[in-house]
Ligand binder design. Structure first.
Ligand SMILES: *Cc1c(COP(=O)(O)O)cnc(C)c1O
Length: 379
C-alpha cells in the first residue's frame, strides 16, 4: 500500500502506541536519587513509593518490585502455589500473567472472556474449578474491571485465592474500590507503556499482614527481617527488587497520578466521541458501578464487516500509526494446549485492534487514527 500523499506534502509523522508522561518533577527526583540516594539513603524513595502507593490503593501493604511479572511470581510463591496446583485465568492475557505460575510448576487453566468487558467469565471460571485449583486470576484487561462481586463470591465459596492482575488498571475501580486492592493480593506494572511508569518496575499489594511478611522475605533473598545473622537467608527467595532511582521516578508519577489517569480517560472519551457516528464498532466499556482507567483503547469490528486484524494492521501501518493486536489467546501459543472452545478469546482478536493512547495525545492525532478506521468501514 502506498500513502496517498503528493510528493510535495510532508509525510505524516509517526504516531506512537504509548509513551510516558515525564515532567521536571520526575527528572528532579531521579536526579536527586542519582546524586544522593546511596548509603543510608538507598531505600528512601523505595519506602516512600511503597507507602504512597499503599495509601493510594487504601491497602495496608505494598512492596515495590522489578516488574509486575516478578510481583506475580512473589505473590504466587508466598501463597505456596507450585507443582500439582491449578490456577484459573482468562485465555486473553499477556504472557506475564501465566509465565510465573508455569515457572513455579503450577498449571494455568485458560477460560473464556466475556464479550463486553473482555475480562474472565466468572461462570467459565467456576466450571473449571477442580480439587487442585488454588486461585483465580482476575486480569482487569485494558483497564476494564472483572466482575469482582461474582469472583469474590466464587473464591470464598471454594476457599481459593483471588489474585488481581491490575497491571493495566491504574485508575480503575469496582464500586469505589481500586483495582488491585480487593483480592488476596494485587499486582501492578510500571513498565514504560503503562499509565504510571518507572521504566521497568511493579508493585504487589495486600491487606494480609502475614502474606505481606512472606512476600517481603521472598523478595529479599529469603532473609527473615528478624534474623540477627548477616547474609543468612532462611528460605530460598527471589531478587525482584526495585532500584531507588526507579522509585524516585515512581514517587513523582504517584504525585501526578490523578493527572495521568485523567489523561488516559480524556483520550478514550475523545475516541468515543470521534467514533460515535460509526456503526458496527465496540469500544471499551465502563458499566455502572465501575470506573475504567482506560489504559488501552480498543476497537472491535462487528464480524459481518469482514475487517480482519491483518487488514487493520496494514491500514494503520500505511499511515505510520503504531496500532497493535488485541492479545492473542494464550492457549493459541505454541507452549500451551490449544483451547479454541474459548470462543470470545479466540474470536475477538481476529477483528480488533489497540489504538494509540498517551496522556497528552492531541485531538488532531486522534482524528488521524479515527480517519483510518472510518476509511475501512463501508461508505
Ligand atoms: C504489562 C503487563 C504485565 C507485566 O508487567 P511487567 O511490569 O512488564 O512485568 C502483566 N500483566 C498484564 C495484564 C500486563 O499488561
Amino acid at each position: 500500500m502506498t500513502a496517498p500523499y503528493a510528493a510535495t506534502e510532508p509525510a505524516p509523522s509517526p504516531v506512537a502506541y504509548t509513551r510516558p508522561s515525564i515532567t521536571e518533577l520526575e527528572v528532579s527526583y531521579a536526579t536527586d536519587a542519582a546524586r544522593n540516594g546511596w548509603g543510608p539513603r538507598c531505600y528512601d524513595y523505595i519506602k516512600r513509593l511503597e507507602a504512597g502507593f499503599a495509601e493510594h490503593l487504601e491497602v495496608a501493604h505494598a512492596t515495590a518490585t522489578s516488574s509486575c511479572t516478578g510481583a506475580m511470581q512473589l505473590g504466587l510463591a508466598a501463597l505456596g502455589i507450585g507443582a500439582g496446583d491449578e490456577v484459573i485465568l482468562a485465555d486473553t492475557n499477556w504472557i506475564a500473567t501465566a509465565a510465573p505460575l508455569v515457572h513455579l510448576g503450577a498449571t494455568p487453566v485458560f477460560v473464556d472472556i466475556l464479550a463486553d468487558s473482555w475480562c474472565i467469565d466468572p461462570s467459565a471460571a467456576e466450571q473449571a474449578i477442580t480439587d487442585r485449583t488454588k486461585a483465580i486470576v482476575a486480569t482487569h484487561l485494558y483497564g476494564s474491571m472483572c466482575d469482582m462481586d461474582a469472583l469474590q463470591a466464587l473464591c470464598r465459596r471454594y476457599g481459593i485465592a483471588l489474585i488481581e492482575d491490575a497491571a493495566e488498571a491504574i485508575g480503575s475501580a469496582w464500586r469505589g474500590r481500586k483495582a488491585g486492592s480487593m483480592g488476596t493480593f494485587g499486582v501492578f506494572s510500571f513498565h514504560g507503556t503503562k499509565t504510571m511508569t518507572t521504566g521497568e518496575g511493579g508493585m504487589i499489594a495486600t491487606r494480609d499482614p502475614e502474606l505481606h511478611s512472606r512476600i517481603s522475605q521472598l523478595a529479599d533473598h529469603g532473609r527473615d527481617p528478624g534474623e540477627p545473622r548477616q547474609f543468612h537467608p532462611t528460605i530460598t527467595g527471589y531478587k525482584f527488587k526495585m532500584a531507588n532511582v526507579q522509585a524516585a521516578i515512581g514517587c513523582a508519577q504517584l504525585e501526578r497520578i490523578d493527572d495521568l489517569i485523567a489523561g488516559k480517560r480524556r483520550v478514550m472519551a475523545r475516541y468515543r466521541d470521534l467514533l460515535s457516528g460509526c456503526a458496527g464498532l465496540t469500544l471499551n466499556t465502563e458499566p455502572a458501578g465501575t470506573q475504567n482507567g482506560y489504559w488501552m483503547p480498543n476497537v472491535v469490528f462487528d464480524r459481518d464487516l469482514g475487517i480482519t486484524r491483518e487488514k487493520l494492521l496494514a491500514a494503520f501501518k500505511a499511515e505510520k500509526i503504531d496500532a497493535r493486536v488485541f492479545f492473542w489467546p494464550l492457549s493459541s501459543l505454541p507452549m500451551f494446549e490449544s483451547q479454541p472452545q474459548n470462543i470470545n478469546a479466540w474470536d475477538i482478536p481476529e477483528r480488533a485492534v489497540n489504538l494509540p493512547s498517551f496522556h497528552d495525545m492531541d485531538a488532531a492525532t486522534q482524528e488521524r487514527v479515527c480517519a483510518v478506521i472510518e476509511g475501512l468501514l463501508p461508505a
